[in-house]
Design a protein around this ligand. Sequence first.
Ligand SMILES: *[C@@H]1O[C@H](CO)[C@@H](O)[C@H](O)[C@H]1NC(C)=O
Ligand SMILES: *[C@@H]1O[C@H](CO)[C@@H](O)[C@H](O)[C@H]1NC(C)=O
Length: 342
Amino acid sequence: MSKKIRRVFNWTLIFTFSFVIVFIILKQNHEKIDEEKVNWEARNAIRINNIKRVCEKYNLGIYKNHKDDGKNIIKYPPTPQYTASTTWLYNICLLMRIPEAELSSGREQISTIARRVIPELDYPEAEEAMQDTTKLLVVRHPFERLLSAYRDKLENSIAGRQHGTLHFYRKYGSAIVKKYRGNDFVKPRDDQVIHPINLPKPAGIEPTWSEFVDYIIDTELESYGDDHWMPYYLFCTPCSLNYSLVAKVETLYQDQLFAFEKLGLSQLIKPHWKHKVGISNAARIYFKQLNISQVNRLYNKYKLDFEMFAYSVDEYFQFTHDYATEENPFEVDFFSDVYDNE
Ligand SMILES: *[C@@H]1O[C@H](CO)[C@@H](O)[C@H](O)[C@H]1NC(C)=O
Ligand SMILES: *[C@@H]1O[C@H](CO)[C@@H](O)[C@H](O)[C@H]1NC(C)=O
């Protein structure tokens, strides 16, 4: 064979070989995705059934037994709500053909953009819209959500003013401090809070996490809760709406893939990965400012959310400053594994 022919032959061999390999990889991937789809489907069904079970157990929403004249906990009509999930707002904006560059420019908050392109609906349009839309609920561990709200809105009235921190200070923060700060106030130690180095320090007038928690414990959230800390069962009325998709921030990436698939959008948008999984480091740090009794009372406020969305509270007790001394005299290794509730 001439040199030239041999070279062509070699290249053909290499091409064919690569092609076969790529084909095998793609095929395996496809099988894996098919298998995952079954898992997603099952996981979503488990979540929906669990919500239904808890609604029935506590006689809530459409599962309310009307013979029972007990007080109906749900006071809010089910209007479509903007969830606090930035990732989903981002996805919705993409669907409304807002360029990605605009969304990630940081010039405007994503919720502001979303509100502009999809205005909130009033009755009766809202009710009609609710009948024939696919309803998606995005939830997060109740304590992570609460801590995140505190840290974003209340901890620092100087930083993040574009996110309304000054407004939150005036509306909630100052009153919380006035009510809950005693004469024996001791500032949380530096190892009990996180001050991002690239942000200005708080003014020192803001409520501490512990004061905020005491405020939440004493507040009737049905009537005086802010959207950011109103329990989901009151705010998103999962007992009155048939959500067909229940996504969790903790499994957001897979849940997005599943939702896009279900909605037939997988060719249009790709998931964005914006959250970490499991218990945050911030929780380990901030829950040290609390004692067992506070966490217990806080848990009772959000118990229905915990139950409805199958979250566990146990680890958060272990972070409290008096945990190691009470019934558990030994230090507990709670840093070991990533939290997974399913
Ligand atoms: C939700 O779905 C169930 C069964 O599919 C139905 O009986 C119920 O009326 C629906 N509820 C609402 C609020 O659409
Ligand atoms: C826990 O903390 C709260 C709020 O600071 C306080 O009122 C309460 O007495 C504490 N309880 C215990 C058992 O230390």
